[in-house]
Design a protein around this ligand. Sequence first.
Ligand code: PLP
Length: 496
Amino acid sequence: MMYHSTRSADSKITSAEAIVKGIAPDGGLYIPENIPQISLDDILRLSTMNYRSRACGVLGLFLTDYTSEEIENCVENAYSKENFETEAIAPLYELTENEYVLELWHGPTCAFKDMALQILPHLLTCAVKKTGEDKTVVILVATSGDTGKAALEGFKDVDGTKIMVFFPEDGVSRVQKLQMSTQAGANVMVSGVFGNFDDAQTGVKKIFGDSDFDSQAKAGGYSLSSANSINWGRLVPQIVYYVSAYCDMVKSGAIKLGDKINVCVPTGNFGNILAAWYAKAMGLPVAKLICASNKNNVLTDFIKTGIYDKNRNFYTTMSPSMDILISSNLERLLCLMSDEKEAEGYMKSLAETGKYEVSDAIKNKIKEDFYGACCDDDQTQATIRDIWQKYEYLADTHTAVACGVYNQYVNETGDTTKTVIASTANPFKFSGSVLSAIYDGDLSAMDEFEIIDMLSEMTGQKVPQSLAELKEKEIRFSGKCEKSYMPQAVKSFLGI
Ligand SMILES: *Cc1c(COP(=O)(O)O)cnc(C)c1O
């Protein structure tokens, strides 16, 4: 199966090439030219397997130019006992009769980004060999917090790669910043950027689109690639866990094979929920995709009105990984719901005016597949408290946004379809906001680590080791720059 850009179907490449390139030369994102199908029989067969075998099955349908041995190798390396603290990899927790929490944060950095970023380096280095690329692959990442750390952990000391991560200087939590600034590895670099996530992301996209920069890098023996969710190699591993969650529900008897489920996803860049959309398009029995946003609710408005308008206030919230006004992966959905020419038009309008309105045809398709709503910080904390008090289950702020939106959905529609709620971070990663949701005392005099310990004491939940260790680690990276300086920062890291 071949891949092409969302902005033109003229030139077709293999999945390995798409993963090496990251983003298309015309600025579009790569998509497979068709969507492979799975039958109920396939799903039944996958239900009897473990996560790794399910992953091999699903990835093999999309990455047709990889041999099954290559895929197996990538999967074994990524979803190993060393990297994931549970054999289930992405366990499903039954919160209520209708709500199933899909825990995607049992990897090394305690956030769902690990699900894709533990495997991407293996898919990429394998792809590099297959495509005959002889240059060192340089991964450039803009992060709203979690991607950066997960990418650094995935790529650290991987032969033939270097990685540089930019994060918004004042837009990530203290733990997130510490996780990145203490990163180990000889091939890594980390820098803050003055501005918000969109500034950092736009800066990275500019570097990718700059042909002078590209030739300079090539002359220096480097080839640029991306580990942001614009890379197909990030998206495709995320399809796996939705299929896997459905299999688990069939296996446990929560549903019968063929029953429809809903999926609710706390959304930022639209990568995770797009993976769920792909799972549905492949034939997984999914009814509604519930798109949950925080106060940065550009997607809620878009789903309701068909108008995407990023000309609005940007809010820094307690779910920082969703503080985004430009959801890059939406471009893939628009292309899939219309065509390359129409998608290109919308993106052009977005670049020029910060706004576009989709056709009635797309509006209708979106209404059919999606429901969108949002939660502000107060509602998020009230949801954390409520879930803790009722079920003794501790949700992080991002997961709580999804749970809060799910409640709105049920109140509005009365729908009792069993729903998988994507849980995207370990609650200890956002300890301050989580603790203050369930504890009325004053936290202002406590530092981040005291808060982590107190949250653990109060709830009896164990602090993940990678977070507990942070305190003792040495800071390796403390640089920060203006966004106009980002290309220069990359050049000095590479010595070109
Ligand atoms: C990245 C992230 C999200 C948003 O996922 P998208 O794929 O960008 O929509 C939600 N929660 C957490 C904890 C994240 O790290």
